[in-house]
Design a protein around this ligand. Structure first.
Ligand code: 9RB
Ligand code: ZN
Length: 368
């Protein structure tokens, strides 16, 4: 198995500045300045573990290119692109749209490289240069919608790459799995009326964006049934996630029979994340990867491209990402020294209320 791996140091230079983690800092309100949660560290440390563990020697390194304006405009409005471009020229940069998604000077060009990086990964897979690929990019993308960025995202990286696969590469049917703990609202919106793209989001029920990612959101017009949302209850661990994979994700993708599978891979469903309340371990992420690879083997010659999204624990994200990359490439696992802690948490196995939610999704999706 050859796995493409894409990272560039400049992704660490996307400057989200000081925040009180999530909120713009405000001393008068008691919000002491700190780093923004979405900073370079989790991704940089994942890359460095890929190098230090030796896994890098077993991967095929891919170099990102910038997305073109034409490629951005397949998903975004001219106004959004022009505004980001203009603010990026200011000495202090700007914000992608919701006041929670800052970027520094030159942020536009880094965002172009992130979106273009996912396109590079998709092209490498479609060209058969590699069997599958992982783009470790920043800024993330899955919340950005046509007219604005939000939730730390500037451009909808994965959606832009999927449109490229459709419109420039003639790929007919694409399945997207988003296992970031937040709802992949932007990716869903980009294909909400497209029956040829199945979007599936596994997320913690009602975290971000508020109210988004309900079971009832199923696509529109000819595309009803090609958006699938699995809003898992807080506290869901490896058992609940695997159950959702087995009962919903795998059968839905089997029924759809895609020509290409894309994964929005965030690690904020991990047991150690500060921004959500799920309990997935590195072994859990390894299993999710294994399941999606089995489906890809059945339908599309194993063609999977993954795009990095969230994940905010700088110590644990590297082990979760390493497990995914090892599984993608068939490499021998490097021991996760932290694993015994989250693996030992009570409630790692499937809980009845989690099974109930999965059964409700199955019913709404016509899978049972
Ligand atoms: C604030 C709000 C959030 C909360 C979580 C994320 C995570 C993004 C991610 C982004 C923004 C709201 C501070 C709503 O990791 N995606 O994958 N913001 N939450 N209102 N306010 C004031
Ligand atoms: Zn997230």
């Amino acid at each position: 198995m050859t796995t493409g791996y894409l990272y560039h140091e400049i992704f660490g230079w996307h400057d989200t500045g000081t925040h009180a983690g999530l909120f713009p800092s405000n001393p008068l309100a008691g919000l002491q300045p700190l780093q923004h949660f979405e900073n370079a560290e989790t991704k940089r440390r994942l890359h460095e573990l890929v190098v230090v563990s030796g896994l890098i020697d077993q991967l095929t390194r891919l170099a990102p290119r910038k997305a073109t304006e034409e490629e951005l405009l397949r998903v975004h409005t001219v106004e959004h692109v022009e505004r980001i471009k203009a603010e990026s020229l200011l000495p202090k940069g700007g914000d992608a749209g919701d006041g929670l998604s800052p970027f520094g000077a030159g942020g536009y060009d880094i965002a172009l490289l992130a979106a273009g990086g996912v396109i590079t990964a998709v092209d490498a897979v479609l060209d058969g240069v590699v069997d599958n690929a992982y783009a470790l990019i920043r800024p993330p993308g899955h919340h950005a919608i046509a007219g604005m960025g939000m939730g730390f995202c500037i451009f909808s990286n994965l959606a832009i790459a999927a449109k490229h696969a459709q419109q420039a590469r003639g790929v007919e049917r694409i399945a997207v799995l988003d296992w970031d703990v937040h709802h992949g609202n932007g990716t869903q919106a980009a294909f909400y009326d497209d029956p040829n793209v199945l979007t599936i989001s596994l997320h913690q029920d009602n975290v971000f964006p508020p109210g988004s990612g309900r079971i009832e959101e199923r696509g529109e017009g000819a595309a009803v049934g090609t958006a699938l949302n699995i809003p898992l209850p807080p506290g869901t661990g490896d058992g609940g996630y695997l159950h959702a994979m087995n009962e919903v994700v795998v059968p839905a993708i089997d029924a759809f029979a895609p020509d290409l599978i894309l994964v929005a891979s965030g690690f904020d469903a991990s047991a150690m994340d500060p921004l959500a309340r799920q309990m997935v371990t590195s072994e859990g992420f390894r299993s999710l990867t294994s399941r999606i690879m089995e489906v890809a083997t059945r339908h599309c010659g194993g063609k999977i491209a993954m795009s990095h999204e969230g994940g905010y624990n700088p110590v644990y994200v590297p082990f979760c990402g390493l497990a995914v990359l090892e599984q993608l490439s068939g490499a021998t696992p490097f021991t996760d020294p932290i694993l015994p802690i989250p693996a030992g948490f009570a409630g790692q196995d499937l809980q009845p209320h989690q099974a109930e939610l999965v059964a409700a999704v199955r019913q709404a999706a016509g899978l049972s």
